[in-house]
Design a protein around this ligand. Structure first.
Ligand code: NAD
Ligand code: UD1
Length: 332
């Protein structure tokens, strides 16, 4: 069975391709490498144990997407390709709306024309905004505090409307919490072009002595004053996509939003402690101001994923820290 993975060379996409290939799926990747590296493709093939078909294609190029469907018998798509830096999205809203929304519109247009009507979409916990309570259920109200979050909400709504208009469409909207970690081989991991924004890559760079780490605020209403997030190992997340794909093949048509998280929250200080303990280094860090837009607590109620997909996280914070460290040190 052939699956189109857009953004398959990226952080979550690469790990998902490996898990899909290990589960017997054939993979076609469409990526323009705007935030990933070409050498990742060979590593995915090595870890997945077979070859894949690569199209260096931009989601903004509808004809390129049509060509992929014309040349391959694709039964479903997993749509990762998007720009994801929240701060950058505030500075460059047009670029973000265009890349993420036009990209999704082009994909579903090419899929519709080819009669391929099954899709898994990479959404985000950011669509919950600042929730009134935690843990967060899929039924909670949605809001968007940044252009990036808007692109996720708009694409979710597009896919819902598509399902209403055409009862043959099946769309799974996976809302990820905080993906971290890397493959245990150290061959693939989070390797963005430019300076990272997320906590774990910055912790790793601090441990390597490349950057000073700042904790963004200790006056939040949480157990130690720092923000709480639901960190999920990228390999668990990748396996969540295999489970979602197996569900997509048999479930009734329509749109379904599903949280992918561990269900437990860790504070920033708890992450720093876990990292120091797992890796055996002392992290240089200092307390800083709050980062605008951060909300105190986000963690998932993952019970719907367990019920519908039979999936739950297995890997620990220690696994997340060790694998991130191992990957970073292999890159040099
Ligand atoms: P990533 O940047 O590592 O991967 C995205 C991939 O898409 C990259 O390989 C990039 O080159 C490609 N891409 C981007 N725009 C493209 C375009 N127009 N045409 C073709 N390829 C394009 O990001 P990731 O962390 O793997 O995230 C994957 C998806 O998950 C994204 O949609 C992101 O918004 C979503 N998400 C990520 C996180 C996270 O913390 N990493 C959390 C929630 C949701
Ligand atoms: C961020 C985005 C979110 C996106 C997610 C995954 C914001 C406001 N939110 O989530 O929309 O879906 O990334 O890409 O940008 N922290 C520090 N010091 C640092 C970096 C982070 O203390 O140098 C703290 C943050 O305050 C936060 C936690 O670490 O409490 C995690 O931060 P991060 O990895 O950026 O993820 P989120 O903010 O949860």
């Amino acid at each position: 069975m052939k699956i189109l993975v857009t953004g398959g060379a990226g952080f979550i996409g690469s790990h998902t391709c490996v898990e899909l290939m290990k589960s017997g799926y054939d993979i076609v990747i469409a990526d323009n490498f705007c935030n990933s590296k070409r050498e990742t493709i060979g590593r995915i093939e090595e870890l997945g144990g077979k070859s894949l078909r690569l199209y260096e294609a931009d989601m903004l190029d509808l004809e390129a997407l049509r060509k992929i469907f014309a040349e391959n018998d694709i039964c479903a798509a997993i749509h990762f390709a998007a720009l994801k830096a929240v701060g950058e999205s505030v500075r460059q809203p047009v670029r973000y709306y265009h890349n993420n929304i036009t990209g999704a519109l082009n994909l579903v247009t090419a899929m519709n024309d080819a009669g391929c009507k099954k899709i898994i979409f990479s959404s985000s916990a950011t669509v919950y905004g600042d929730p009134a309570t935690v843990p967060i259920k899929e039924t909670f109200p949605l809001s968007a505090a940044s252009p990036y979050a808007q692109t996720k909400l708009v694409t979710e709504n597009l896919l819902r409307d598509l399902c209403v208009s055409d009862p043959e469409w099946t769309c799974i909207l996976l809302r990820y919490f905080n993906p971290v970690g890397a493959h245990e081989s150290g061959l693939i991991g989070e390797d963005p072009n430019g300076i990272p924004n997320n906590l774990m890559p910055l912790v790793v760079m601090a441990a390597q002595g490349k950057r000073q780490l700042k904790v963004f605020g200790n006056d939040y209403p949480t157990r130690d004053g720092t923000c709480i997030r639901d960190y999920i190992h990228v390999v668990d997340l990748a396996q969540g996509h295999v489970a979602a794909l197996n569900y997509l093949k048999k479930c009734a048509p329509g749109a379904e939003a599903i949280n992918l998280g561990s269900g437990s929250g860790s504070s920033v200080l708890e992450i720093l402690n876990a990292f120091e303990k797992a890796v055996g280094v002392k992290l240089p860090w200092e307390m800083g101001e709050r980062r605008p837009g951060d909300v105190p607590q986000l963690y998932a109620d993952p019970s719907k994923a367990k019920e519908l997909l039979g999936w739950e996280t297995k890997l620990t914070l220690e696994d997340m820290c060790l694998s991130s460290w191992n990957f970073a040190n292999r890159q040099g």
